[in-house]
Design a protein around this ligand. Structure first.
Ligand SMILES: Cc1cc2nc3c(=O)[nH]c(=O)nc-3n(C[C@H](O)[C@H](O)[C@H](O)COP(=O)(O)O)c2cc1C
Length: 247
């Protein structure tokens, strides 16, 4: 097994960090790695905003729903889908930007952010740093847009805490490969796989929490998807001139 695969297979999120800055050279290389990643038409539909100041990290920890690891991390990166530069290019070339009204544009931006996030996590972990992505950045998305002074055509998608790892709570078990990897056609018969995974997941939770936490994976996931998770996303999309906004 090569070192890259070893790093990828050792992934786990960290939610506690040492009070120690991240080397600027390493942060620079993480951003360079992100910029080198594939992206749609080389349009580079991405911007990252770094928050390092303690008071400002505290503010974002609150905005993300009281997630203290945002404050504890040395750096909090906010990944945005960004079509502002596309807008400038369209203005410079005297062309309309009609595609911004198409929902596929949202898929393009979010895909670019996903690739960038994964790349940043892998790059940070290659330096022995710990990370945790923060979807909580969409909890108060209109306030986040204001705090970051995001122009139209730019939306916050996810945050990422980076720092020197604190407590290691271990790796979370994943679904069996047969559930997520298919050859030729999609296999719908997955309930037995999910039942087996529920047992693995329940054992993992019991071990990790010393039997304090119980539950199954299907229950956890079903509870999250019972109703929309973050409110106000449609309003934020509308304000930032994206499709999917409320009319
Ligand atoms: C887009 C995205 C958003 C996430 N948002 C949060 C978050 O707001 N808070 C948090 O504690 N973890 C968050 N996570 C971390 C996931 O909970 C974690 O990756 C998942 O449970 C798997 O655990 P692992 O990374 O330790 O393997 C997020 C992960 C992703 C990919």
């Amino acid at each position: 097994m090569n070192e890259v695969i070893q790093t990828l297979l050792s992934h786990r999120s960290f939610r506690s960090f040492e009070n120690k800055p991240v080397d600027e050279e390493q942060l620079d290389q993480i951003i360079q790695a992100v910029q080198a990643a594939p992206n749609w038409i080389n349009g580079q539909q991405l911007s990252i905003i770094a928050i390092k100041d303690t008071e400002r990290k505290k503010r974002f920890a609150e905005l993300c729903g009281g997630q203290k690891h945002v404050e504890e991390a040395a750096v909090f990166l906010i990944f945005c889908a960004d079509f502002y530069r596309t807008h400038l290019a369209s203005e410079m070339e005297g062309m309309p930007m009609e595609a911004i009204e198409d929902i596929d544009t949202l898929i393009v931006g979010v895909t670019d952010v996903g690739i960038a996030l994964g790349t940043a996590v892998a790059a940070a972990e290659s330096f022995g740093l710990g990370t945790v992505p923060i979807g909580g950045i969409r909890r108060h998305s209109l306030e986040v847009v204001k705090e970051l002074a995001l122009p139209p055509y730019v939306i916050p998608i996810t945050g990422l805490c980076i720092g020197h790892p604190g407590k290691d709570t271990g790796q979370k078990p994943r679904l069996p490969k047969e559930a997520v990897y298919h050859e030729n056609t999609y296999q719908q018969e997955q309930k037995p796989l999910l039942e087996k995974y529920n047992d693995d997941y329940a054992n993992y939770l019991a071990e990790r929490s010393g039997a304090q936490r119980a539950g199954t994976w299907t229950k956890t996931v079903a509870s999250f998807y019972r109703q929309p998770y973050y409110e106000g996303i449609a309003d934020m999309l509308k304000q930032q001139k994206f499709p999917g906004g409320k009319e």
